[in-house]
Design a protein around this ligand. Structure first.
Ligand SMILES: [Zn+2]
Ligand SMILES: [Zn+2]
Length: 358
């Protein structure tokens, strides 16, 4: 089985492709028990409070998401094939945003894992936090939003934090309909509300129709926090500590989902690092780079790549072997000596440049 990342977690790539082909048909028309909620022209909210990934009303190109290459096992074509897709590569595209989120999650996960090799005893957890209400003065820019995040993290007592800013939340009155949709389609809780909203499953006319302003931050954080009741009384702000993220996969899952609807601003990073994990405190260096063959996960045979039509019908072979680049990074505390690679293998963090086609 070839697994790929989606906002709902790791899934089988073929299943995901089948699911997507269906969702491109816009699924079946959903019964309209959702009231008309917004008469503003599309984009009013985004222009006021900032754009998020996948916030465009439509894909930039009708072909976005169409498959054009099929990758399959050289010894048995039934061993979970995967696909490459046409993309417009616009971070606002409601099809292509998934790839941007994957890249952000890859980078953030690598750094968090690297941080863990340096601070062995630390246990990162998923943290959600918000500031005192200030409806009349929205965070005008990412810069301002992250400055506030930094201030709040300090007050809470966080020691390190990898942070995303979310200007919006899903409208409360739609959550029932989204849950009913999920049940009707046999999807489990991993089909997050944001995934459903990006896919416009209720046919409201685009992501914005699902949203209301509700600024907050997500972080993968470490550190012992001030008591939450005391904190909220003292600062009129709040936080919720979610689960601990022990394994790389858990870090990536959280990082990916929250990347899918983070605020984006041209030329600025949507993920920031504070405290012990910041660029100022934690150093990183590329230790090694390798190109290796990608092999079938079932039998270890090499993989072939074919040109194919948008239903997956294969035309002609274009590659006899698929490769990927593996990078190994070293992490250490700035101001201390850079560790030697030998004998410090546990300090090496791997990042795969996997092109699953998404
Ligand atoms: Zn696109
Ligand atoms: Zn195979």
């Amino acid at each position: 089985m070839v697994e790929i990342w989606t906002p709902t977690g790791y899934v089988d790539s073929f299943e995901e492709w089948k699911r997507r082909s269906k969702s491109i048909e816009k699924l079946s028309v959903y019964p309209a028990y959702v009231p008309t909620i917004n008469q503003d022209p599309y984009g009013t909210l985004f222009r006021k409070y900032g754009f998020v990934f996948g916030s465009n009303e439509k894909p930039t190109d009708d072909n976005c998401g169409a498959i054009y290459r099929k990758i399959q096992c050289s010894s048995n074509a039934l061993h979970a094939p995967s696909f490459r897709h046409t993309r417009c590569n616009d971070p606002g595209c409601p099809v292509c945003y998934v790839k941007f989120a994957s890249r952000m999650a890859d980078r953030a996960t690598e750094r968090v894992q690297g941080f863990k090799t340096v601070y062995r005893k630390t246990k990162p957890y998923h943290l959600i936090f918000w500031g005192a209400p200030r409806a009349e003065r929205p965070y005008a820019s990412l810069r301002e939003a992250f400055a506030e995040a930094r201030r709040l993290l300090k007050l809470m007592g966080a020691v390190s934090a990898t942070v995303w800013y979310h200007p919006y939340r899903i409208r409360k009155e739609l959550k029932g309909a989204l849950r009913r949709y999920r049940r009707a389609k046999g999807l489990d809780g991993r089909a997050g509300f944001w995934k459903l909203a990006h896919d416009d499953v209720l046919n409201l006319g685009g992501l914005e129709r699902y949203l209301e302003y509700g600024p907050h931050w997500h972080a993968i954080a470490t550190g012992y926090l001030m008591d939450s009741k005391e904190y909220s009384e003292k600062y009129q702000a709040g936080y919720k500590k979610k689960r601990y993220l022990e394994h790389e996969r858990e870090v990536h899952e959280v990082a990916h989902y929250i990347s899918t609807h983070a605020r984006r601003e041209a030329g600025r990073a949507s993920v920031r690092y504070f405290g012990d994990i910041s660029y100022r405190m934690l150093a990183r260096d590329l230790a090694e780079e390798k190109i290796v063959d990608v092999r079938c996960l079932h039998c270890g045979a090499s993989l072939h790549e074919f040109d194919c039509g948008d239903t997956g019908v294969v035309f002609q072979k274009v590659k006899d072997n698929i490769t990927e680049k593996i990078k190994y990074f070293l992490y250490w505390k700035k101001g201390t000596e850079k560790p030697q690679r030998a004998g410090n293998a546990q300090n090496l963090i791997t990042r795969y440049n996997r092109d699953t086609g998404w």
